[in-house]
Design a protein. Structure first.
Length: 331
């Protein structure tokens, strides 16, 4: 596609990170960034990326939390060239994350989701939300899911020329849950997901089993969500999380994202669930533990996790909406 004549000089969009309950790990096509497996996620509401895209006269410019980010900048503008052509207008992209970046809190998901929505409006691309989800997925596989709110299902392409399909399974209000995030380290992760997925596919002896069993996990989680069955969702989500980490840990070189506080939180969540508290954990490519809770149990879970040695702080969030425009107009 080539760039259309812009009619607005600045657009601000907001997107929230999402966390997968049925995890995505592994690519079918590195070039198009297409996944080897589907995934099911929840979109959060209390954490956000806010991105303003404005027409720029002096070349492309990107800043994140008021700092220039040259490495991310090359990836971001190369991504925009792909969709809008190298003759697109030059852009100033200003992004703010109100949560730690690149620490397993899905900052690239909210980042790419906010970006595609803002740029589409600025360059009046007029793409539908499912198409914007496909675009965002080229930037970061999980970003495709942040275009939608509540519970989101991403299906992998079915044919060689196909793309992903992203749909909302259930709105946030129809199955209310809360997420308590235990931050156990604020450092940026050492192995990024693209590199990690490539080495897992090449070297993890568990990768073929991961692929073989994945569709059944998708069906089980979708069924649990349709029936609002928290206990079943807890079991399948923890299974998918631990299976992904088993694949990562058996990769050469191994990816061990957990620290001692991560493990202590996992045990605490299991003890809480055994005593009747509605909670389960999920963990991504980082050391933070996301405890997914029935809303009436979230305060007890937050108190318990906050008391664990090594937990630096706690974030709490409900489920939220998909990416959307906040404002648009002259710069
Ligand atoms: O979207 P990426 O390339 O950052 O990969 C995300 C991978 C996990 O967060 C570990 C799992 C998931 O499905 O979000």
């Amino acid at each position: 596609m080539t760039a259309s004549e812009p009619t607005k000089s600045a657009v601000t969009a907001i997107a929230h990170p999402n966390i997968a309950l049925v995890k995505y790990w592994g690519k079918a096509d590195g070039e198009r960034n297409l996944p080897d497996v589907g995934s099911i996620s929840i979109t959060l509401d209390a954490l956000a990326t806010r991105t303003t895209v404005a027409l720029a006269e002096s070349g492309d410019h990107f800043s994140l939390n008021e700092s220039p980010e040259p490495a991310m900048s090359a990836r971001l503008f190369g991504f925009l060239d792909h969709f809008y052509g190298a003759d697109r207008p030059t852009l100033a992209v200003t992004s703010f994350n109100d949560f730690p970046t690149a620490a397993g809190l899905a900052s690239s998901a909210s980042g790419f989701a906010a970006l595609v929505v803002a740029v589409d409006a600025l360059l009046h691309g007029g793409h539908s939300t499912p198409t914007l989800a496909q675009q965002a997925g080229r930037g970061s596989g999980s970003a495709a899911r942040s275009l939608f709110g509540g519970f989101v299902r991403l299906d992998k392409p079915t044919g060689i020329d196909d793309d992903i399909t992203v749909t909302e399974l259930c709105a946030a209000a129809d199955f209310p849950l809360e997420v308590v995030v235990a931050i156990t380290s604020e450092q940026r992760k050492t192995v990024g997901s693209t590199e990690g997925m490539r080495t897992s596919k090449q070297t993890s002896p568990f990768y073929p089993a991961w692929i073989e069993t994945h569709e059944a996990d998708m069906a089980a989680a979708a069924g649990a969500i349709a029936q609002r069955d928290f206990e079943r969702l807890a079991n399948i989500s923890e299974h998918s999380c631990l299976k992904m980490h088993a694949v990562m840990q058996a990769t050469r070189p191994a990816m061990l994202y957990w620290n001692s506080a991560t493990v202590a939180c996992m045990h605490a969540v299991h003890a809480l669930r055994a005593s009747g508290t509605g909670v389960f954990f999920t963990i991504d490519a980082g050391p933070q533990v996301k405890a997914v809770c029935l809303p009436e149990h979230a305060s007890a879970v937050a108190d318990e996790l906050a008391s664990i040695n090594g937990v630096q702080r706690i974030l709490r969030t409900g489920l939220g909406k998909g990416a959307r425009i906040l404002s648009q107009g002259p710069n």
